[in-house]
Design a protein around this ligand. Sequence first.
Ligand code: PLP
Length: 441
Amino acid sequence: MAATRTIELRTEVPGPRSREILARKQRVVADALTVSLPVVIEEARGATFTDVDGNTFLDFSGGVGCLAVGHSHPRVVAAIEEQARRFTHTDFTVVPYEVYVALAERLCALAPFSGPAKAAFFNAGTEAVENAIKLSRAYTKRPAVIAFEGAFHGRTLLSLSLTSKTHPYKAGLGPFAPEVYRVPFANDYRGPDPRTALEALERALVTQVAAETVAAIVLEPIQGEGGFVVAPRDFMAGVRRICDDNGIVLVVDEVQTGFGRTGRMFAIEHYPVEPDIVVTAKSIAAGLPLSGVLGRAEVMDAASDSAIGGTYVGNPVAQAAALAVLDVIEEEGLLERAVGLGEAIRARMVGWQERFEQIGDVRGLGAMLAIELVHDRSTKDPAPELASAVVQHAAENGLLLLTAGIYSNCIRVLVPLVIGDAELDEALEVWEHALEHALRA
Ligand code: PLP
């Protein structure tokens, strides 16, 4: 292995102090909040974090995709401190503040709409998804929503109803919201192909739900939790056509894909398609709770007075962080960096695929990349236990990786885009050793 420069492990992983805190957690924190890497963080910077035992890790999880600009970027920290000193909360609809308006102006200028656009801010991704549906319903005066197999849109009732993974997210938690219909997502690796998927969508308008009752079709340009399944271009164009033909609002969920990860500010910019609504969260404010719905002005203006909102929505400290995030993305060239990182990581992954039979697929856009592990390339039988073994070995050697996929058999990259070249090499070496360890066993 190359000489370690960033990763530094002073104790076994997890160390004694982490174990002690997690034993306390066990007694007082609800069991459902399971921890994927059992080390307790002390501090973080860029693409690294250090735990309470003094071990330093490289972080390919980026707070599950919230940290395009990295942990505790100095400009983001300064913006947070400055705003927190001035005021932390009013409720924008009671006492409004400029930072809300400034962020709306900036994002509407960046968002992929050719005509007038407007914004509304919330806290979490799930809340933004639900509000996008409310706005679509208000605009169309229709009830139904179509979502896709493999989708993840959140864990509150309506968005959990849109989410498409039974375990661990939905099992035992119904009944779910009504008027949600599900169709297959085109998938270049496992199928269906775009034509078949579009035929299924058209058929659903005959067999499941009348087109004139559908308010919105919701999709992720790259399914995130679903395993980094990239929507094929023809599929995306076909969904747009079906929306146009039937007066349906096209809602693009960019909670995981947005803010530079794919090499564009929004992943939908890779497609010859203009959405009606873009849902954002995660990297928008470097981990502070903030989400945003951006949309065509006439859709955004459709809901009546106070029909959307909430006490905390559009928190000024989070919004100050978001303005700093946009500055960092622009001034540090993070879109170009995502492209470069993507090329470097993909080249390594393709090399791994040549060496290891169990890597069935390498896919993604820009730096949003994943490998999919299978027992057999011809049957594509998913191998979640191999994915877990790789992640476990990498963690024990200082690299935090995350799985994904409806079968939990993918390993994804959500690395902070500010990672340095030497750190990237080091992380990929650890990943490669983990593959050798877990796949050759
Ligand atoms: N939509 C997508 C595409 C996501 O990846 C997620 C979270 O992973 C959500 C929505 C929900 O966001 P949150 O966890 O902030 O509610």
